[in-house]
Design a protein around this ligand. Structure first.
Ligand code: 5AD
Ligand code: SF4
Length: 458
C-alpha cells in the first residue's frame, strides 16, 4: 500500500453518520483516525462536507431503512454538488455494497467491515478519479492483529479483542457481515491496553467483540486469563466487556467476577428469550434454567452485580405461552435494564426462511407489554439505591428543566445526574462521590459529596 502522509493532501472536511452498535461506533473512530492522517477534519454539518461516510447497520430492518432514507436525501445534494464524495461502510456495505453501487449512481464507493485499514488506498483511488468501486474482502491473516487508535481525549477507550462470530443464531446476520470469529493474542491486547493507559491516560477500558467471552479459543488462551492480566495494569481503574454469550460464561469467568477489583460490577448477558422452545429455534445452545442458574452463580460470586440483557419478542411463530415464559423470566432474572426488539427477518439467515404466522400487531403489543413490565421491575430495583453513596465518572452535562446537571456513570453502569455546586465548575472526567437522593427506572439524581478530581482514588 502506498505510504501516504497528510502533507500530500489539501485540507478537507468529512461528515459521518454511524448506525448500530458500539462496534460500529468504534469502527467509525478508526475511520476518523485514518482520515485525520489524510488531512480530513470531522464537521457537524453535512453542507460543509467534501466527503460523506455512512457506517451502516444490518441487524434489523429499522436501522436499514433509516440509512436508505438518508442515502436518498443525498441524491439531491449530489446533483447540486457533483464534487461531493459519498461512501458507505459497515454491515450493509459488506453484504450489499456491490448491489448498492450499481443501484445508487450518487454513491462513489463502498467498503466492507474488514477493510477499514485500506481507507488511505481508497482515498487515493478517489483522488485519482476512480468512482463506483467496492471492496469487501476478508483479511486472510491467520491471526487477528490490530492496534487501538483513538482520536479523543477522554479517559475511556474501546478495545477490540475479537472480531466476527461463529454462533449462527438463527435470526442473526452478524456472522455474514462480520465473518468468522478471530481473537487477538492475549499479549497483544495487554500491551495495547497498557500503552493506552501509559501514553493516553486511559482509565476505563471496554473490551469489544461479538462474543468476547469466547476470546482466545483458537490460541488456547482464555478470557478470564486476559481479565486477570489486565487487572494488574497500574493506572487502569475499570474493565468492562461487551457483548457476551451465556454459553461461554464459564465457571472460571464467573469466579473472576468475584475476585478482580477492576472488573466492572455490570455484565451485559443477552438471553434473547425465556422460552426453551424458542431458544432452541433461535439456536442459542442453552435453556432458561441454565441461564437463570448462571445469574444465581454470578450473584453468589459478586453479590451486587448488575445484569442487563437483550430480548427479541415475536420470533417466528412465538406462541402466547412462549411469550409468557419470557415475561416470567423477566421477573426471575431482575435485570437492571433490557434492550428489547421485535424480531426482524434478515435475508440469508435461517429464521428468514421459517414460515411465520405472527402478525406485526401481535409483535408490537408483546414488545410494549414486555417493556412496561421491565420498567416496573427496574424501577423497583433502583429505588433501593436511595441513600447510597456511589462513585461516578462524569462524562457530560445536560440541561434538565432549564437546570444544568452533570451526568456520570457508576462502575456498574447506572446513570446519575447531579447539580454543580459552583456555576463555573468543569467536572467532565472527574471522579465524584454522590449520594443518591432519588431514582427512576432509567436514571438517578444525586448530590455531590466529594470531588476526587481526574484520577480515581481508592
Ligand atoms: N431481529 C431482532 N433483533 C435482533 N437482534 C439480532 N438480530 C435480530 C433480528 N433479526 C438483537 C439481539 C442481539 C442484539 C444486538 O440485536 O437481541 O443481542
Ligand atoms: Fe448474532 Fe448470535 Fe453471534 Fe450474537 S452470538 S452476534 S446474536 S450470531
Amino acid at each position: 500500500m502506498k505510504n501516504v502522509c497528510c502533507s500530500e493532501f489539501a485540507p478537507r472536511k468529512v461528515w459521518m453518520k454511524t448506525f448500530g452498535c458500539q462496534m460500529n461506533y468504534h469502527d467509525s473512530e478508526r475511520i476518523l483516525y485514518h482520515l485525520d492522517k489524510l488531512n480530513f477534519t470531522l464537521v457537524k454539518s453535512r453542507e460543509e462536507a467534501d466527503l460523506v461516510i455512512f457506517n451502516t447497520c444490518a441487524i434489523r430492518e429499522l436501522a436499514n431503512n433509516k440509512f436508505y432514507s438518508q442515502l436518498g436525501e443525498f441524491k439531491k445534494i449530489k446533483l447540486k454538488r457533483p464534487d461531493l464524495i459519498i461512501g458507505i461502510c459497515g454491515c450493509v456495505s459488506q453484504i450489499e455494497g456491490a448491489a448498492l453501487i450499481k443501484k445508487f449512481k450518487h454513491l462513489d464507493f463502498a467498503f466492507g467491515t474488514d477493510c477499514i485499514d485500506r481507507l488511505p488506498e481508497m482515498i487515493c483511488r478517489i483522488d485519482g478519479g476512480e468512482r463506483g468501486f467496492h471492496i469487501n474482502s476478508w483479511d486472510q491473516s491467520e491471526n487477528y492483529s490490530i492496534e487501538t487508535e483513538i482520536t479523543h481525549n477522554s479517559p475511556q477507550a474501546f478495545v477490540n479483542i475479537t472480531k466476527g462470530c461463529n454462533n449462527y443464531c438463527s435470526y442473526c446476520i452478524v456472522p455474514y457481515t462480520r465473518g468468522r470469529e478471530k481473537s487477538r493474542s492475549l499479549v497483544e491486547v495487554v500491551d495495547d491496553v497498557r500503552n493506552l493507559v501509559e501514553t493516553r491516560g486511559i482509565q476505563e477500558v471496554t473490551l469489544l467483540g461479538q462474543n468476547v467471552n469466547s476470546f482466545g479459543r483458537e490460541n488456547r488462551e482464555t478470557f478470564p486469563e486476559l481479565l486477570a492480566r489486565l487487572n494488574e495494569i497500574s493506572g487502569l481503574s475499570i474493565i468492562r466487556y461487551v457483548t457476551s454469550h451465556p454459553r461461554d460464561m464459564s465457571d472460571e469467568l464467573i469466579k473472576v467476577h468475584g475476585e478482580l477489583e477492576k472488573l466492572a460490577g455490570h455484565l451485559h448477558l443477552p438471553v434473547q428469550s425465556g422460552s426453551n422452545s424458542v431458544l432452541k429455534r433461535m439456536n442459542r445452545g442453552y435453556t432458561r434454567e441454565y441461564y437463570l442458574d448462571l445469574l444465581f452463580k454470578l450473584r453468589r460470586a459478586k453479590k451486587d452485580i448488575v445484569v442487563s440483557s437483550d430480548i427479541i419478542v415475536g420470533f417466528p411463530n412465538e406462541t402466547e405461552a412462549e411469550f409468557q415464559d419470557t415475561m416470567d423470566l423477566l421477573e426471575k432474572a431482575k435485570f437492571d435494564f433490557v434492550f428489547s426488539f421485535c424480531f426482524s427477518p434478515r435475508k440469508g439467515t435461517k429464521a428468514f426462511q421459517m414460515k411465520d404466522t405472527l402478525s406485526n400487531e401481535t409483535r408490537s403489543n408483546r414488545l410494549q407489554a414486555l417493556q412496561k413490565k421491565q420498567l416496573l421491575i427496574q424501577g423497583n430495583i433502583r429505588k433501593q439505591l436511595q441513600g447510597r453513596t456511589m462513585r461516578i465518572l462524569v462524562d457530560g452535562a445536560n440541561r434538565m428543566d432549564g437546570v444544568l446537571k452533570w451526568k456520570g456513570r457508576t462502575e456498574c453502569n447506572r446513570i446519575v445526574h447531579f447539580e454543580p455546586v459552583g456555576p463555573n465548575d468543569n467536572l467532565r472526567w472527574h471522579w465524584i462521590d454522590v449520594e443518591i437522593l432519588s431514582s427512576t427506572a432509567l436514571s438517578a439524581q444525586g448530590k455531590l459529596l466529594f470531588d476526587h478530581g481526574l484520577n480515581k482514588s481508592k
